[in-house]
Design a protein around this ligand. Structure first.
Ligand SMILES: NC(=O)c1ccc[n+]([C@@H]2O[C@H](COP(=O)([O-])OP(=O)(O)OC[C@H]3O[C@@H](n4cnc5c(N)ncnc54)[C@H](OP(=O)(O)O)[C@@H]3O)[C@@H](O)[C@H]2O)c1
Length: 238
């Protein structure tokens, strides 16, 4: 498979390493410095685009690629409100699109456990949830896209919660997400359900970026040749 990498920073480079290991080739590498090389002609050399840039650049990059007829795997976080618009563009252009707040296999299993725990505790109002995420100092968005996904899963699975806010105290139906930034942390997410008598905590700790990168390559392999909107659940069959 021939891959175009839009965004060639920490993630783009980790994705390239995983892609090469799996026998794929990288035919285009775009950063903020050579954006003019992202052209329809250049995209025609690739089977799939993998976009990992930032919240400000993602919408433009993804729209451009989808309108050029390319299929796109996107991992940029912090632009959730615009995702339905690009999904409509993918359908209109008969392209494929797969966005995930987190591509790691472990996190996608963790998502299922999170939903189940929120559902099991729904009848037990004495348990109150809080969430904490920790990332490296360069991360531009807070809370993380993964934390937002985890919060949305709790809201969908437990009718006592209807929104989330940045903070360390869950207030009424507003789930707290505390976002901490520390040196060299690839991504840690913890959800605690606390009652007067006990506490249940689930934690996912990424040790490095390789899990996200491998997941993005698996998603590109899955998306290659397909049209429509997909999620990591489709890739992993969960
Ligand atoms: N979904 C997941 O599993 C997952 C996992 C980890 C990270 N992420 C997300 O992935 C994104 C990238 O993370 P990262 O750690 O790789 O960031 P990074 O190291 O800062 O790399 C960002 C890359 O995007 C390029 N870029 C910036 N503006 C651009 C533009 N307008 N057009 C094209 N390229 C542009 C940068 O170029 P310059 O170097 O020239 O500025 C750089 O190559 C973030 O949103 C992060 O939250 C997602």
């Amino acid at each position: 498979m021939k891959i175009a990498l839009v965004g060639y920073g920490k993630m783009g480079q980790a994705i390239e390493r995983q892609a090469l290991k799996r026998g794929h080739s990288v035919v285009l590498r775009i950063t903020s410095k050579n954006r003019d090389e992202l052209t329809v002609a250049a995209l025609q050399r690739a089977d799939v685009v993998i976009e990992f840039t930032n919240p400000e650049a993602a919408f433009h990059n993804v729209s451009f690629c989808l309108n050029a007829g390319a299929s796109v795997v996107c991992g940029s976080t912090g632009w959730n409100a615009q995702i339905p618009e690009v999904e409509a563009m993918a359908n209109a252009n008969n392209s494929g699109f797969l966005w995930a707040s987190n591509f790691s296999v472990g996190v996608n299993v963790f998502f299922e456990i999170n939903s189940l725990l929120a559902k099991l505790l729904a009848p037990h109002s004495e348990y109150r949830p809080t969430m904490q995420e920790i990332h490296h100092l360069q991360k531009k968005d807070a809370p993380s896209g993964t934390a937002i996904s985890l919060a949305e899963q709790i809201i969908d699975s437990n009718s006592r919660y209807s929104s989330w806010h940045l903070g360390n105290k869950t207030i009424d139906d507003r789930l707290a997400i505390e976002a901490l930034r520390e040196e060299n942390v690839p991504g840690t997410h913890e959800i605690r359900w606390e009652s007067e008598v006990d506490e249940i905590a689930i934690t996912h700790t990424a040790k490095n970026r390789d899990g996200f990168a491998l997941g993005a390559v698996l998603a590109a392999e899955f998306l290659n040749g397909k049209q429509g909107i997909f999620r990591m659940k489709d890739v992993l069959g969960i």
